[in-house]
Design a protein around this ligand. Structure first.
Ligand code: PRP
Ligand code: MN
Ligand code: MG
Length: 181
């Protein structure tokens, strides 16, 4: 098992809790997509762990694709303007699309992505996210599958990074303030 070290404060979601919840979501997704062959769009890099674990728990036949996006400006996510760093390999016209994210924070990345993918003629676009911050902007974001609603704290692990670190932790933990202050 990976050590908590001194940089992490508290485990919010253990590896077992995450895996158990993903199993529930996988069953729900299988039910909803019966007879369909959705294109799963993982949002790099954070969603790598969720895509890998969720798809292995699902029985639905999927096509796995990836996008990498970045907010315009210097770390200002609030703009909501997104730049595509890596686009999909597949044509999603007429296809059912399931976007997979590690976390919904402001929701601006996903808001933009949903609009973008719908504009390509997807038959449907749904969202599955392992985590959602309670204060997340949900107004115009309809999230079909959510693992856990979490408090508005700096969290790392299970794909989530702080300056590219901690992504490989199998659990979700809060970062000790001394690390980012
Ligand atoms: C993080 C996270 C989501 C997004 C959520 O990605 O993985 O994709 O931010 O933020 P929002 O809801 O406020 O838009 P990040 O841009 O850090 O890239 P990464 O996945 O490569 O870490
Ligand atoms: Mn991300
Ligand atoms: Mg990040």
């Amino acid at each position: 098992a990976k050590d908590m070290g001194t940089d992490l404060e508290e485990i919010l979601i253990s590896e077992d809790e995450m895996q158990a919840r993903l199993s529930e979501l996988a069953a729900q997704i299988d039910k909803d997509y019966q007879g369909k062959r959705p294109i799963v769009v993982g949002v790099l890099k954070g969603a790598v762990m969720v895509v890998a674990d969720l798809l292995r728990k699902m029985h639905t036949e999927t096509l796995m694709d990836w996008m990498a996006v970045s907010s315009y400006g210097s770390g200002t996510k609030s703009s909501g303007v997104v730049r595509i760093l890596k686009d999909l390999d597949s044509d999603i016209q007429g296809r059912d699309v399931l976007i997979i994210e590690d976390i919904i924070d402001s929701g601006l990345t996903l808001s933009w992505l949903v609009t973008n993918l719908k504009a390509r003629g997807a038959a449907s676009v749904q969202i599955a996210a392992a985590l959602r911050k309670k204060e997340a902007m949900k107004a115009d974001l309809d999230v079909r599958y959510v693992g856990f609603d979490i408090p508005n704290k700096f969290v790392v692990g299970y794909g989530l990074d702080f300056a590219e670190r901690y992504r490989n932790l199998p659990f979700v933990a809060t970062l000790a303030p001394h690390v980012y202050q």
